[in-house]
Design a binder for this molecule. Structure first.
Ligand code: SF4
Length: 324
């Protein structure tokens, strides 16, 4: 089959758009979608100058998503003095898994000549995920602990690095899965939070200035296309799955979405665009309610670590206590 845009041989077919693309036009199409998302989300406001550049911290796990995102952002802004990229890798302490993907991160950072920071649960919290899984004092899935620790370190280090933006490599499939899970769980609060945390334009994020804003510029690109991009570009991405991956519910949703997409191409796109619209309405509504009440969510400092939380002791400190 020929490419729709030239006479080259197509290497992929996107059923949701009907496109057949050769290697060159496939690469171009992925890069275009990332750049368009950067523009639409206004990630580089027009008043940013080279004298006061933006620091963008990219959560770099060494998996295909974060590697592809880092590479495209680097290529887009390599000649732009207004943006400084920093890779941030979190080492969870998982035997035979993270060491390999850390190598991929180091290789990529060297190749692109960007600053790269590595932080570990062991150094920061005195724990390793392998031991957490064994002890399991809260009788929870591994990812329920790991997600809390990872979010905490990403936020803390993004702040320490004076980041203007924390970018993660969530792709279209990840985002459609999360949207569907929030729908099915009836989690309206999470929808509003999701909008604030990643989907809304920066200007709509109100008074959350104590948090480093987040962005997901890869969220218009399906997972298979991210994997194909990493392959054709020969990027040093690590593809082994974490041995503690245990989000069974997400797995079910993922399978459901595969089947829906197969039978009804474009389902992921429509879920996400409807979700974004709905999440924006919910976020606005919640912000309006808070203004009417004269107060927002009851935020305070964690009694243990001082981070911002709605509880006396934040979730991370609570988990660390039960693991001690
Ligand atoms: Fe952590 Fe779960 Fe990811 Fe493994 S799959 S690194 S346990 S969040």
């Amino acid at each position: 089959m020929d490419c729709n845009r030239c006479e080259g041989e197509a290497i992929m077919h996107a059923a949701y758009s009907g496109a057949h693309l050769c290697e060159h036009h496939f690469r171009e199409s992925v890069e275009k979608r990332v750049r368009r998302r950067v523009r639409r989300d206004d990630l580089v406001p027009h008043d940013v100058t080279p004298d006061d550049p933006l620091t963008w911290v990219v959560g770099l796990s060494g998996g295909k998503d974060s590697v592809v995102l880092t590479r495209i952002l680097h290529d887009t802004f390599a000649e732009d003095p207004r943006i400084e990229l920093v890779g941030l890798t979190i080492h969870e302490g998982i035997e035979g898994y993270r060491d390999k993907s850390l190598e991929a991160c180091v290789d990529l950072a060297e190749e692109l000549d960007i600053r790269h920071e590595v932080v570990s649960y062991e150094e920061e919290f005195g724990i390793r995920m392998d031991d957490v899984v064994e002890d399991d004092p809260e009788n929870m899935a591994a990812c329920a602990y790991c997600g809390v620790f990872r979010r905490d370190l990403l936020s803390t280090y993004a702040e320490d690095l004076d980041a203007d933006l924390l970018l993660t490599g969530h792709n279209l499939d990840d985002e459609a899965q999360t949207a569907l899970m929030n729908f099915l769980e009836g989690d309206v609060a999470q929808m509003a939070k999701h909008f604030d945390a990643s989907l809304g334009p920066l200007s709509e994020r109100g008074d959350q200035e104590e948090f480093v804003p987040r962005a997901k510029p890869l969220r218009d690109v399906p997972e298979k296309e991210v994997a194909l991009y990493a392959h054709v570009e020969d990027l040093p991405a690590h593809i082994t799955e974490c041995p503690h991956a245990s989000e069974a519910y997400r797995g079910e949703i993922q399978q459901l979405l595969y089947d829906l997409e197969e039978n009804h191409p474009g389902t992921r796109h429509s879920i996400l665009s409807g979700y974004e619209e709905l999440a924006g309405i919910v976020a606005d509504d919640r912000a309006g309610e808070s203004e009417d009440d004269g107060d927002g969510p009851d935020l305070r400092e964690c009694a243990e670590c001082g981070s911002t939380t709605t509880r006396e002791v934040c979730r991370k400190c609570g988990l660390l206590e039960s693991l001690a």
